[in-house]
Design a protein around this ligand. Structure first.
Ligand SMILES: Cc1ncc(C[n+]2csc(CCOP(=O)(O)OP(=O)(O)O)c2C)c(N)n1
Ligand code: SF4
Length: 399
């Protein structure tokens, strides 16, 4: 369907299923903010906007990944005037958007394997460049595809500084295959593979990967985190990333009602609480240095974020697990301190004291390493004693 608006300067394209959108909501920073100055208006407020991910896909109600992907790719399409190709790792986004032989995408789109989207995208970018084309390349995937199985190819893409914008939609587990734990699953969360049983229920403390910081360590041109709670911020960051070349990485928090056990109308609220607690810091970094952080406007205790999610229900059963919750709060407090998420003079004295006192190792990583090391040392000492006893039978205790 074409949209011959006949307005000078307004793009006309032949994108299928592209609709002229009628907005009813004006005057707020919601989608249809046509009262703001033109330069400040959201990508979505353009009545002739790019509907890169159209209706008809099969995401669950309230799916954060569908929302994030749509805003991200619409912004990327707007920034490149639609001259882009998206490579998609296997995962929910790929499955719900492309049930063969249909596709909900209106931009050129390739499905890669679960673990090689960065390599496929790097190859596409190199091929396009060799052909003298200026088509931009995006790669995208879930947290499993990104921080676990695809991490090697992603690190290679970063190291070579390939001209690709990689977007990770982090719903904190392998949702597509039935909610298994990933390297981005938070401590204590229940998944199909981290059941809330035993003395330490749910996912363990001290494991997992902070992919945005790993990306920063590669000193690539641009790294940012974002969430579906602030879609204007997401649009801004994708647009900015598209204005740059080289390897770029955006990590977007996208709540998943099915995997998180949350109401579908709480997706944006939970994404906001993840940020307002400090559990999911939002920042930008260029060349490995932090260049901006989104300050917390209303600090919230972690319980407020955890309680509406069934994956954390075991933390509140019976008398609750105050020590475990305090440990999660310490992770949030460390982020607040590490990224300067709240100005000190804005913090109540008791909260400031708590933030400043947050341990450097709230997840117990180093503690666990030391414990493992001492166990190894013990085992080695025992083995040495056994070997010595075998070599000198006269030393054996039973003689
Ligand atoms: C090599 C390989 N192993 C396992 C799978 C099965 N598989 C497909 S998608 C997926 C999980 C995807 O999780 P994630 O990347 O977090 O995306 P989400 O579905 O959560 O959006 C798995 C395990 C596969 N396709 N290929
Ligand atoms: S399982 Fe989660 S990520 Fe997948 S479509 Fe449903 S809400 Fe979206």
């Amino acid at each position: 369907m074409s949209t011959p608006l006949g307005i000078p300067g307004v793009r006309q394209t032949e994108i299928p299923a592209r609709e002229h959108v009628k907005f009813y909501q004006v005057g707020s920073y919601a989608v249809g903010n046509r009262l703001a100055e033109e330069g400040l208006r959201s990508v979505q407020s353009d009545p002739n906007r790019w509907n890169t991910l159209t209706s008809g896909h099969r995401a669950c109600q309230g799916c954060g990944e569908a929302l994030g992907a749509r805003y991200a790719l619409d912004s990327a399409a707007a920034a490149s005037d639609g001259d882009l190709v998206a490579v998609n790792a296997t995962g929910c986004l790929e499955v719900f958007s492309t049930p063969y032989p249909e596709s909900a995408w209106t931009v050129p789109w390739l499905h890669s394997l679960f673990g090689n989207a960065p390599a496929v995208a790097a190859g596409a970018a190199a091929g396009l460049r060799a052909k003298g084309k200026s088509t931009r390349v995006i790669a995208q995937g879930g947290d499993g595809g990104t921080v676990d199985i695809g991490m090697g190819t992603l690190s290679g893409m970063f190291e070579r500084n390939d001209d690709v914008l990689y977007i990770c939609y982090d719903n904190q587990a392998y949702m597509n295959t039935g909610v298994q734990r990933s390297g981005a699953t938070p401590p204590t969360a229940r998944t199909a593979t981290t059941q809330p049983v035993g003395p330490k229920p749910g996912n363990r403390f001290g494991q997992g990967k902070d992919m945005a910081r790993i990306a920063m360590a590669h000193e690539i041109p641009y790294v940012a985190t974002a969430s579906v709670a602030d879609l204007r911020d997401l649009e801004f960051k994708v647009t900015k990333a598209m204005s740059m070349h080289g390897a770029r990485y955006i990590h977007v928090l996208v709540p998943c009602p099915l995997g998180w056990g949350s109401a579908s109308n709480l997706t944006v609220t939970l994404a906001r609480l993840a940020t307002q607690t400090g559990l999911f810091p939002i920042f930008e970094a260029e060349g490995g240095e932090i260049t901006s952080v989104m300050k917390i406007r209303r600090p919230a205790p972690v319980e407020e974020y955890l309680k509406p999610q069934r994956r954390f229900a075991h933390l509140f059963k019976g008398g609750g697990e105050p020590e475990v919750i305090a440990r999660l709060q310490a992770i949030a407090d460390r982020n607040i301190r590490r990224y300067g998420l709240i100005d000190e003079d804005q913090l109540d004295d008791d909260v400031l004291a708590r933030v400043l006192a947050a341990p450097e190792d709230p997840e117990g990583r180093y503690e666990a390493i030391l414990h493992a090391a001492s166990e190894t040392k013990q085992a080695q000492a025992q083995a040495r004693t056994r070997n010595a006893a075998t070599e000198n039978p006269s030393d054996r205790e039973d003689q």
